[in-house]
Design a protein around this ligand. Structure first.
Ligand code: S3P
Length: 176
């Protein structure tokens, strides 16, 4: 039975890499945010806006406990998932956790290109606020992320060809 759990900051490519890895390994792919949206019939951004972050973190933990019971899956988590409750220890018990690590500059670039509405950075991309925000919050989150069983540097992953290289590196690291 295989269960691979990808973690990392927003914009590190968890969903993109997770989907490709699952395809390569013939596993099911689950994105925790999408799973939450399906189960609650609401966008993550709406849950944040209407019920607040604390409520979102409760739902997120509950849904993590559903998804991380599934077998033969690749799961990509939200950027904050490892940093609340005992989620990181739980994920380490449930599967092969991988931290997709990237520099604040690369994350910033990816987030500026992205289309997803991310409540935590809404409106921050305008006046040069985004990079300092990422630097600060990444520093706070990294102690949680570094508890993952595997760490993979994805800073160079900026086009499709490099995704393939990243998948190869990941498979070597995970021996799958
Ligand atoms: C969050 C990251 C988001 C989503 C929510 C909160 C965070 O997921 O779960 O907006 O706290 O970093 P992605 O990392 O997939 O953007």
């Amino acid at each position: 039975m295989k269960r691979i759990i990808l973690i990392g900051y927003m914009g590190s490519g968890k969903t993109t890499i997770g989907r490709q890895l699952a395809l390569a390994l013939g596993l099911q792919f689950y994105d925790l945010d999408w799973y939450i949206e399906l189960r609650y019939h609401k966008k993550v951004s709406e849950i944040f806006a209407e019920q607040g972050e604390e409520h979102f973190r409760d739902l997120e933990q509950r849904m993590l406990h559903e998804v991380a019971e599934f077998e033969d899956v690749v799961v990509s988590c939200g950027g904050g998932t490892p940093c609340f409750f005992d989620n990181m220890d739980y994920m380490n018990q449930q599967g092969e956790t991988v931290y997709l690590k990237a520099t604040p500059e690369v994350l910033c670039m990816h987030l500026k290109m992205g289309h997803t509405i991310r409540p935590l950075i809404l409106g921050k991309d305008k006046e040069g606020e985004l990079l300092p925000y990422i630097q600060q919050t990444l520093a706070e989150r990294e102690p949680f992320y570094m508890k993952a069983k595997h760490v993979l540097d994805v800073s160079l992953m900026d086009n499709f060809e490099k995704i393939a290289i990243t998948i190869d590196l990941l498979r070597k690291e995970l021996k799958v």
